[in-house]
Design a protein around this ligand. Structure first.
Ligand SMILES: [Zn+2]
Length: 251
């Protein structure tokens, strides 16, 4: 029944915006790093100030990124990623905002210009001095930390995966893009996010204030469930596959 309700909401919408969190990637074998037993419970996080100040902190950070890269490189998109890409192919998706850094929305065929990576992306490496951005794969696949943390070939500045670190502010431009998308959507589908921290918590409120419908898909309750037009608390893989299959989408 809920799948039918979501199908109708989608069919009645012209400009859908997706907002996704860690829950959309668990089907792809990527652990929810904020959850209990997640990676940050086992490891002390490296804050951006420590990264900038100490070589041993940079090496620690890169060692962890190297371990994560093994998982990210081999991960394949799950049903939730394909769901949003299907909406895009049908001309229904205004854009997608994600808290995830795993690049799986890109891998599922959703063009990068339609994705706002709020927390950055592991698919890129940035030089913190000249801000040159490069694809991550060539650097990560040949990463050698024995001579120290990686440096920019152009300016010898510090390289870092292009993700938001602990203690680092979100990118203002990304936040603005996200707010514009949410303000102009007629349906916001929030999937796999607990919607607790800012700015995640503010997007559903903003969407509702502007007259959009709100759908929340997540295993656990969220503080915004009361404001939603539809709340789905079941495993999203089978659910979203059912919805996609029921849609009469062109393309
Ligand atoms: Zn540089």
């Amino acid at each position: 029944m809920s799948a039918d309700t979501l199908r109708k909401l989608i069919e009645n919408s012209k400009r859908i915006v997706g907002f996704t969190g860690a829950g959309v990637s668990t089907d792809s074998g990527i652990a929810d790093y904020r959850s209990q037993g997640g990676i940050w419970e086992k490891f002390q996080p490296v804050y951006i100030d420590e990264f900038l100040a100490h070589e041993h902190k940079r090496l620690l950070y890169w060692q962890r990124k190297a371990v994560m890269w093994q998982t990210l490189r081999d991960a394949t998109p799950g049903p939730a990623h394909h769901f949003f890409t299907s909406l895009h192919q049908a001309g229904k998706l205004g854009g997608l905002i994600t808290q995830n850094i795993d690049g799986l929305h890109e891998k599922s065929g959703l063009p990068a210009e339609h994705i706002v990576n709020l927390h950055g992306t592991s698919l890129e490496i940035i030089c913190l001095d000249c801000l040159d951005v490069q694809p991550a794969a060539p650097i990560m696949d040949s990463l050698d930390l024995t001579a120290g943390s990686p440096r920019c070939q152009k300016c010898t500045g510090l390289l870092k995966p292009n993700t938001i670190s602990f203690g680092q502010a979100l990118d203002e431009q990304c936040l603005q893009q996200a707010e514009i998308l949410v303000t102009n959507c007629d349906l916001l589908i929030a999937a796999g996010s607990t919607l607790v921290v800012h700015p995640a918590a503010s997007f559903p409120v903003l969407a509702k204030r502007n007259g959009a419908k709100l759908v929340i898909i997540t295993l656990s309750e969220t503080p915004l469930d009361g404001a939603a037009d539809l709340v789905i608390n079941e495993p999203m893989g089978p659910f979203l596959t059912e919805v996609v299959n029921s849609l009469d989408l062109p393309g």
